[in-house]
Design a protein around this ligand. Sequence first.
Ligand code: SF4
Length: 159
Amino acid sequence: MQKILVSACLLGNPVRYDGASRPCAAVQELVGRFQLVPVCPECLGGLPIPRTASEIVQTTPELRVMSADGEDRTAAFLEGARRCVEVARREGCTLAIMKAKSPSCGSGAVYDGTFTGALVPGDGVATRLLTSAGVRVISENDVESWLVECVGGGGNRER
Ligand code: SF4
């Protein structure tokens, strides 16, 4: 059975910064069809639950991730991303379904570093590292189109 790396919060695990989860029906419906491997990069990087929210505030000349209360969390985010890649390699995952917009897991768009909810084009820290390691990263919003593309049909799943 194909193994897929998944943001743990999408499977209902209460690992978000606020101690909540973000269960996603489209992802949960993959249980039994694929072997889902849950990861939370921020937890793997040693950050606690709950924790102050963080955002990517700078990408060049080097990455910088800050918490809303001014703590530099770059090292924890990089460590968590590195460990996600380790898990993907160990488990043989070539696909990851990662939570949209997150500074760790987002793909294509992430919060802009102002903690206002605004988005900018870009990828989260774990997504970047996974992608550079050859893992395809999609968000929970792409699951149904991925099923149609790769499996031959995802049906009319609820959101
Ligand atoms: Fe979910 Fe990723 Fe945030 Fe962890 S780091 S709570 S898996 S979005």
